[in-house]
Design a protein around this ligand. Sequence first.
Ligand code: SF4
Length: 300
Amino acid sequence: MEDMSVITRFDPWRGKLCTCPAKYSFSPYTGCSHSCLYCYASSYIRGFSTSRPKVDLERRLLRDLAKIDRELPISMANSSDPYPPMELEVGLTRRCLSMLLPRGFKVMIITKSSIVARDVDLISKGNCAVSFTITTLDESLASIIEPKAPRPKERIKALKALSEAGVPCALRIDPIIPGLNDDEELIKRLVDEAVRAGVKHISSSTYKAKPDNFARMCRAFPDKEPYWRQLYLEEGVKIGGSTYMKESLRLQLMKMVKEIVESRGLTFSTCREGFPELTTSSTCDATHLIPVRVRPRGLG
Ligand code: SF4
């Protein structure tokens, strides 16, 4: 494992509350141009707001693939989106999927981009599931908190197209930010849209404050700053490198989402909240949705 180049064991910054099963992490791009205000990864990488294709990626990927445990899924990607707008011209993620899926590797795509639907031909034939992050259907709110990501209705359309092609899809309502997207009726609308589009599983998580994302959020929503300061900086708790709201508030929010999701007949999980008892699926990260369509074969 030591000399792996582009595939790594998944480790969410040593997050103590992570309940993910063992898996690998693979990002075709460094950085992410979606520029979400609440992004957790932006504090780790300089120049994060630009997506840059990794150099010599396919050769390095092929080399790493010879060394990994093929039983474990490859999560693509955890700290950058594999479908930034430049993917339409560059096609790097598509080329990587062309290497992974026909060879029977298990892949979980995590994205906020409708561009993923372009690759339905490859994805629907492979051992692959797709998890869409949609935090709100409110287009004007999304244009502030996720300014360069495709609009929520485009993501729902992509989810529907993939589902109709037989690709198992999950939804992440993540993060839920108090005062912005935590309204119960709006979450019901989002869940209902996703159910109509064919989603199979929904996970959720509350916003975790880090110095850089908290500053961006307060600049964009100055009227919310006193409220967030109270919830996070005064009453919140430090867990790992992030500040969480106090447990009772987080539990209340997660239970509310769980009830909505369960009432629609879907499974639910939370992400890095410390409430494993709320998870009703066999994995919290939706990797249980990955179908087995292709038997593993060699790399030649
Ligand atoms: S899509 Fe994810 S990695 Fe990219 S900016 Fe948004 S939160 Fe960060």
